[in-house]
Design a protein around this ligand. Sequence first.
Ligand SMILES: [Zn+2]
Length: 443
Amino acid sequence: MAKKNEEVQRQPHEYFPPISFTAAGPDNASQQGALIQVRQSPQFTFAMALLAEAYARRADRILLDYTRDAVARRIFVDGFPYDLAPQDRPNGDGMLACFKKLANLNPAERRAKQEGKFGAECLGAKFSVLFASQGVPTGERVEIKFAPKKFPFATLEDIGMRDKMRDQFKSLINRQQGMVIFSAPPAGGLSTFWKVGLEAADRFVRDFVIIQPKNTTDEEIININPYSYDSVAGETPDTILPKVILKQPDTLVVPELTNPATAELLCKQVNQEGRMAITRVQAREATEALLRVLAAYKPPVEEFAKAVTMVVNCRLIRKLCECKQAFEPPPQLLQKLGIPPGRVQHLYREWQPPPPPPPDQKGKVEEPKPCPKCGGITYYGRTAIFELLEVNDAIREALVKTPQLDTLRQIVRKAGTRSIQEEGVLLVAKGTVSITELQRVLK
Ligand SMILES: [Zn+2]
């Protein structure tokens, strides 16, 4: 019984940094009024605690799922979901009403889609809280995002590309003529690498244009002239490409190849007009990206094989926090990872709590304190691993004659290109990432 009282008295906001809000509204008086109303709500502390906890843990997105009996709460840190303890409906409903009032929305509306935003200040930073709610068959779904989202990487170095690979990447993307393909699996970081990679190209000396769908969700890339087509109205890149080409750009950037006509047009622009083309495709490795372009967009295979010069495959991966723990790797593990014996003394793994000490006289066990930097998540920030494939004549020939994954892989490995696994093991050996995280992103 005593324990129960203690839990009730534990005010959630005491554990997280102070947070303050600015309500939305047509004028100052209504904004102040909303704020006063919200502060009087018994569930205001839950609203503060949730946003402050998420922000302090570096989350940029929160999902709340209201079902009949409970509210499931999930936050996303470095793109990875973490479940918080579920909340009971009465407190969850009160908290939701607070968010809706702050965003100048109708708390009584639980079915129709509502979107709004309000201001917040926490840990010395001011930011917007974007709020959206929508009734679903099981109840109500709420998404909360912090904005503006800070773009985490400015350069190829920031995103973790090795020195030597950076030089090779820049030299190949800045050629006069050729085709470059960016690739990653779903949630592998393709849109992030797309921006960083394109910004590493020499857009100041050469004339880059990008042909993208209207309402693209991609981040803007400076110094690339955008042209858009209306995909909703059935337009494709080749609808507007002929007009864009009249302006004689050096480099054609097409994020979605979309259809065979576009793929063929791009290959011909490379092979016959001596231009550079850059595109992207979802794939797990560079060789798969080549086959994916052939299978999905069906360019004439000889034209494609002749045009393509580089394929890069990317994978975002969470870095171990400073609280990482060193361990002596058994020889079998080193062998499995392909690390030569004697190369590394220690590898690192996620922080694990020490075995609990014996209980004190009152039978209480003191819980270990989580790391103040990561809050016990054991990861902090992200980097990426890359496979960079420079396309040679043997690969071109195989694309035309034996376009199969195994054959292509053999040729690529023979040419000395490191696989994305091997690139990942380099980061494991350095202690930047853990084996479990590498396995997660490669699975
Ligand atoms: Zn830590």
